[in-house]
Design a protein around this ligand. Structure first.
Ligand code: IPE
Ligand code: IPE
Ligand code: MG
Length: 242
């Protein structure tokens, strides 16, 4: 795939809102969970494609803090799918040099899933080929509120002064601390919104919205979104030299 695009990908952070599993299944008269299972297959392919293109950072939105509003059956099915995914993919992710990190609150997750997440983070901690970050029970507002609470506690304990709180200090306490900001945010399935995904981190990200549902988002479309990104003129508030 690297031949399809000549964008320098080494320092690229691509984040994806993987939307449309349910609609993919419904269109085929299948249960929504079949769509989620197909979506998990797509995650494998896109991680492989990211590695082939030597993208350094890939962040995937798997489950939002609002997704608990879904039926108990769908939520339990998704949690079982996350457990299965970690069990089946851990060895390959480790051997390919992927460093996995989960962002989001662990509050409502069950202990068996938390143990698998922590195990995968520990197992892959020393890898550096692809930084794969997975938003699981992630919500940007929740992350920002938890960060404010952490900083308030640090002030209360005397560790820092209120004056020490600036953009860098705040970013340093977010779940994403140490990660570069996303350069490109892709959302599949024709919805033009961000649904609480990385609001702090994406203020200067480029967005590409694709009509295709996530289970049908193939490597060719992935390369196409990168091409579109490549044509964007990023200014970061300055005056363009182009
Ligand atoms: C994305 O697909 C996966 C999750 C949010 C867990 P959806 O389940 O939101 O699929 P649609 O949007 O209903 O088609
Ligand atoms: C965003 O998709 C969350 C994930 C992809 C995990 P949703 O399907 O939950 O978003 P809304 O409800 O359409 O905004
Ligand atoms: Mg959706």
């Amino acid at each position: 795939m690297s031949s399809t695009t000549d964008i320098p990908t080494q320092d690229l952070h691509v984040a994806i809102i993987m939307d449309g599993n349910g609609r993919w299944a419904t269109a085929k008269s299948l249960a929504r969970l079949k769509g989620h299972a197909k979506g998990a297959d797509r995650v494998r392919d896109i991680v492989d494609a990211a590695m082939d293109m030597e993208i350094s950072h890939l962040t995937l939105f798997a489950f939002s803090t609002e997704n608990w509003k879904r039926s108990e059956g769908e939520v339990l099915g998704l949690m079982a799918l996350f457990r299965r995914f970690i069990r089946s993919e851990a060895a390959k992710l480790f051997s390919r040099g992927v460093k996995v990190r989960f962002i989001g609150s662990r509050d409502r997750l069950d202990q068996s899933l938390i143990s698998l997440m922590e195990g995968l983070e520990t197992q892959t901690a020393d890898n550096d080929k692809l930084y794969l970050t997975i938003g699981l029970n992630y919500g940007g507002r929740d992350e920002i509120a938890r960060t404010a609470k952490k900083l308030a506690q640090m002030v209360k304990s005397g560790e820092i002064e209120p004056d020490d709180i600036d953009i860098d200090a705040f970013a340093g306490q977010l779940d994403t601390n140490g990660l570069p900001d996303p350069d490109l945010v892709i959302r599949t399935s024709g919805e033009y919104r961000t649904s609480n995904f990385l609001p702090w981190q994406s203020v200067y990200a480029e967005y590409v919205f694709e009509d295709t549902t996530w289970p049908d988002f193939d490597n060719h479309l992935f390369a196409k979104t990168l091409e579109e990104f490549k044509g964007r003129n990023r200014r970061f508030g300055a005056v363009s030299s182009k």
